[in-house]
Ligand binder design. Structure first.
Ligand code: FES
Ligand code: MG
Length: 588
């Protein structure tokens, strides 16, 4: 280890210039049985940032995997120190898990910066745990490697695959139409969760774990391995071994998280049919590492990429099928064949993305399509703007034939549609009024959700994908266009226009919209406008400002208040504004 960089942990444990503090640090880390010999041997101290707990069932299997990570670390000559990350569980946290991504980030930055750690294994999985960990690793910039917990096994009900989240949207429609009762509703939804692991659909979890690999931050081929498989245990051990080598090589997040790596991830996201949460999280990681990644890159880099992965909600299959078909390397190899991947982007194993993925075969073409036989052409996001917002994204891979026929096939205005708005102020308002005929929703209506952004509904709620009222569903209208300043679950198959920035609570154009206004969406031009003269919009703005601005519910916790005061908008990652100036702080 003579050529290895000086370990930062030695400033704590082996610092002759400050023997007083060294003694103090040592005695407390010795007190559970580590030896002086180990702590002063010059071996790297490797953190295991543990996101699993009883409160975070999606990541809970990391408690088991951490044993194999430790064995890998020890075998390669390191010393493992495991510590908890603030729990985030996507579906269990009120008011929304989005609120906690920045909190977990803050806590992890303090742990990585303030303690004697030379490198870290990031245990990723449930939606927000992945970006929280990668954002913190970007800020601190010590050697870091991500280990996915892996998806659950496939869910089944009466011989059909039931996918996490996606089955919920379907079951809600069935319940609203009176096809199932409450008990069947619960049984159907529970069938989608047969084992430990994260959501088995191409929701935000599978998306972000796939993108962590596409960014180069986890071992090749590791993202898709289902949680209970033996291969998952093996890759945990290899991840532990590898982080020790990365410390010796001084291979840091800033070497891996380049602009090219982010563009690789955007293209992979299109090909896998990834979540609309990805632009928010990738923007956040990019800002913390200091890479310029405007939201328009999603359309420029990603829109022309076809959909190759046939997973719910855009397709049919689930996580086990994705792994068996070849996972991320098989997808990357298809894109590489078209020159769509920056092949020399470096990854955590010390090799390039091209070297890792070149020649990876597709093992099942029903699940991962070859590039020349995609599920859909041009499957990436479209980025829209207009007088309602500066940016919003639309996931085109989930546009159904029904939606295309109803809204995008008018010969007078191809790829554009227009209609009267019905506006909801937050999810509670929507749940109250959606089925009430007095709300006035017709098959022509465009549904708007506002007050659901990072400030309005702190953290931004996943509520933009609204179902039509039950009286329309029973008449065969299964979806209406949905637009809003909130997010949407990655498990939803709705082609909503979402992540609108700035949000109503920040006095974006949505705050001025009224039920009955006509709105025009034009996908060719990438515009979304309320058809009202600028002068009237200015009057509405002045009147609302005089009333004190757009109203939203009061904070319920201290963190809600703190986050609301400093959080940015989704178009730029919804990070804590001001935090991005602390970049690569372990080197300072
Ligand atoms: Fe945790 Fe989907 S709710 S992964
Ligand atoms: Mg989610």
């Amino acid at each position: 280890m003579t050529d290895a960089p000086k370990l930062r942990s030695r400033a704590w444990f082996d610092n002759p210039d400050n023997i007083d503090m060294t003694a103090l640090y040592l005695e407390r880390y010795l007190n559970y049985g580590l030896s002086l010999e180990e702590l002063q041997s010059g071996r790297p101290i490797i953190g295991i940032a543990q996101t699993g707990s009883d409160l975070s069932p999606c990541n809970r299997h990391h408690l088991v995997l951490a044993e194999r990570v430790r064995e890998g670390i020890r075998e390669a000559g390191g010393i493992a120190i495991e510590f908890p990350v603030h729990p985030i569980q996507e579906t269990g946290k009120r008011p929304t898990a989005g609120l906690d991504r920045n909190l977990a980030y803050l806590g992890l930055v303090e742990a990585l910066y303030g303690y004697p750690l030379d490198g870290v294994v990031l245990t990723i999985g449930c939606d927000k745990t992945t970006p929280a960990c990668l954002m913190a690793a970007a800020t601190v910039n010590i050697p870091a490697i991500a280990l996915s917990v892996g998806p659950m096994l496939n869910g089944w009900h009466k011989g059909e695959r039931t996918g996490s989240g996606t089955i919920v949207w379907k079951a809600r429609q069935m319940l609203a139409a009176g096809e199932i009762d409450d008990a069947e509703f619960i049984r159907l939804v529970a069938s989608s969760a047969p084992s430990t692991g994260y959501c088995n659909t191409m929701g935000t979890a599978t998306t972000m774990n796939s993108l962590a690999e596409a960014l180069g931050m986890s071992l090749p081929g590791s993202a898709a391995i289902p949680a209970p498989y033996r291969d998952r245990q093996e890759v945990a051990w290899r991840t532990g071994k590898r982080i020790v080598e990365m410390v010796a090589e001084d291979l840091k997040p800033s070497d891996i998280l380049t602009r090219e790596a982010f563009h690789n991830a955007i293209r992979v996201n299109s090909a896998i049919g990834g979540s609309t949460n990805a632009p928010i999280h990738l923007a956040a990681i990019a800002r913390h590492i200091g890479v310029d990644l405007p939201v328009t890159d999603w359309e420029e880099q990603g829109h022309k990429v076809p959909l190759l992965v046939n997973l719910q909600p855009a397709g049919e299959y689930l996580g086990e099928d994705y792994y068996r078909a070849g996972g991320v390397p098989a997808v990357v190899n298809q894109l590489m064949g078209q020159g769509m991947i920056h092949e020399d982007a470096l990854t955590v194993n010390g090799r390039t993305m091209g070297d890792n993925c070149r020649g990876t075969a597709i093992e099942d073409e029903k699940v991962i399509r070859p590039f020349d036989r995609p599920l859909k052409e041009d499957a990436g996001f479209i980025v829209l703007k207009g007088n309602l917002f500066d940016s919003a994204v639309m996931k085109t891979s989930v546009i159904s034939e029904e939606f295309r026929a109803r809204y995008l096939s008018n010969p007078d205005m191809p790829n554009a549609f227009e209609g009267p708005a019905v506006v909801f102020d937050g999810p509670e308002d929507y749940h109250h009024r959606i089925d009430d005929p007095a709300t006035g929703i017709t098959p022509e209506t465009l549904l708007f959700m506002r007050g659901a952004g990072p400030v309005g509904y702190p953290g931004a709620a996943e509520v933009v994908n609204m179902r039509p009222p039950s009286y329309l569903i029973t008449e065969g209208v299964h979806s209406l266009p949905c637009i809003g300043d909130g997010r949407q679950s990655g498990t939803s198959g709705s082609p909503s226009i979402l992540n609108a920035s700035p949000e109503a609570a920040a006095m974006g154009g949505l705050a001025l919209l009224r039920t009955g206004d006509r709105v025009r969406i034009d996908l060719n031009k990438g515009t979304a406008d309320v058809l009202i003269p600028d002068a009237e919009l200015a009057e509405r703005r002045a009147a609302l400002t005089a009333e004190g601005g757009y109203r939203y519910p009061a904070s319920q916790t201290p963190w809600q208040e703190i986050q609301r005061a400093v959080v940015g908008q989704m178009g730029t990652g919804a990070i804590l504004e001001g935090a991005e100036k602390y970049q690569r702080i372990a080197q300072t």
